[in-house]
Design a binder for this molecule. Structure first.
Ligand SMILES: [Mg+2]
Length: 262
């Protein structure tokens, strides 16, 4: 596999690539250090909105990689950017502090009690209550714009799966009998639009690296961006065989392809 050399920007998923729960995926991390040395621009992405970019950047830096708020894109930040582009307005949030931090950083008013809001944003919320769901529903019935940070059904924690943001989104979709107006995270192509614009690269200079077929690989196929599936996370070769999503490249881990990206 020596065809990877045309890329300039690597769009790298976090969970299942840098780490799996609390376990660090050392082979992938050393490969990324090598890509940094060779001058690749590396941008990190995650569908998890519960932590802010600041927190993710710190965790990535602790692995010895370069990261700051500027090269980390999570679904909370992507949601905030979308609201800025559509027009800032009062926003009711189901979500955790990381999501609220990203909204406030973009000067979006996060509302706790008001008769009407412009947006209802729904992300992963491990402190979800019936009262929050009920409030969100009232706002949506009055016409608020419905944004999901992402619709992942589950996410991995250690050796098991926990309910993802998609579960909460579905609860509201069921009540409303309609889907969200906008989904900020993968596989929506919004992240690719934002990254291409910010870094001034073209689609064929970007390589998406991730472990998820329905997120990372689906994103690549929707956005016409090449993908490298690493088998260090939630996908094994059997899942891959059964899936309709086909990555451009597959590798056991990132270290295996270091010499192909030159
Ligand atoms: Mg992943």
């Amino acid at each position: 596999m020596t065809v990877l050399k045309k890329y300039r920007l690597l769009l790298v998923d976090l969970d299942g690539v840098l780490w799996r729960g609390t376990e660090v995926l050392e082979d992938n991390v050393s490969a990324l250090k090598e890509f940094e040395k060779r001058g690749y621009r590396i941008v990190y992405m995650s569908n998890n909105s519960s932590k802010s970019r600041r927190e993710y950047a710190r965790r990535i830096r602790n692995l010895g990689l370069n990261a700051s708020r500027d090269n980390v894109y999570n679904s909370g930040y992507l949601t905030a950017l979308y609201i800025v582009e559509r027009g800032i307005g009062d926003t009711f949030v189901i979500g955790e502090n990381g999501l609220i931090e990203e909204l406030i950083l973009q000067n979006i008013p996060v509302i706790v009690d008001k008769d009407y809001v412009d947006y209802v944003v729904v992300g992963l919320d491990r402190y979800l209550t019936y009262d929050k769901l009920s409030k969100a529903l009232q706002y949506l019935l009055k016409g608020a714009y419905f944004i999901a940070t992402n619709t992942d059904h589950v996410y991995p924690v250690g050796d098991h799966l926990e309910p993802g943001a998609g579960v909460i989104v579905s609860a509201l979709s069921t009540a409303l009998k309609r889907e969200p107006d906008f989904i900020a995270g993968k596989p929506n192509t919004w992240i690719v639009d934002v990254v291409l614009r910010k870094y001034g690269v073209s689609r064929d200079e970007v390589l998406i690296i991730g472990d998820g077929l329905e997120t990372d690989i689906a994103l690549g196929s929707r956005a016409s961006v090449d993908t490298l599936l690493v088998l260090t996370g939630i996908t094994d070769s059997r899942c891959l065989e059964k899936s309709s999503y086909k990555p451009t490249y597959v590798s056991k881990n990132l270290l295996e392809v270091v010499d192909d990206i030159l």
